[in-house]
Design a protein around this ligand. Sequence first.
Ligand code: MD3
Ligand code: FE
Length: 217
Amino acid sequence: MTADLFDGLELAGPTREQLAPGAVLLRGFARPQEAELITAIETIAAQAPFRRMVTPGGHQMSVAMTSCGACGWVTDRSGYRYDAVDPDSGQPWPAMPPLFHQLAEVAASEAGFAGFAPDACLINRYEPGARMSLHQDRDERDIGAPIVSVSLGLPATFLFGGLKRTDRTQRYRLVHGDVVVWGGPARLAFHGVAPLADGEHARLGRRRINLTFRRAR
Ligand code: MD3
Ligand code: FE
């Protein structure tokens, strides 16, 4: 086999990279579905527009969010919660497209979490400068279920820490199409996203969109 052919096969094949115990990066895993994913996000956002919510501390988030699925994540002055109703419309969140559910289930199973059945998908939209400070995701009832994240659009620097806020963080660059499964000992790790650098993405322009699939209830 020539070196060229070998390189081609390497690029075409799946790559599974263990970032930390319980955290598995599937580089480019969502690339084959990019067009359908973006179309579905546009349809969801037409029903449940992206909005910048306010934290219980009174700060407006720089990231704009919406959700689909049986419940969505909301924050306001009274706290964080999962809710079946979009507070902006008073209507249920848009249904989770079968493609979304399937992608999350297959990715989780690739990472060793068979039978993942997400009931919520949070959709985060970052514009240049938007960031997410270090936090834990602990509003979900069953923290035995993993979280699956899908990165689209502009690249981001993802910060991944430990079980204490003050633990040192590692940085990973996540690009369009990357999928990460966060389960087991990684599930309650502190994590965040550094301010988004400006740029232009061929499909999404000056934006990054992140999907996170969760078993919330
Ligand atoms: C590690 N979103 O929505 S996705 C969030 O890129 C969130 O928008 C970030 O953190 C984003 O809560 C990061 C990657 C991610 C999501 C959940 C995790 C990493 C995680 C939960 C536990 C550990
Ligand atoms: Fe998070």
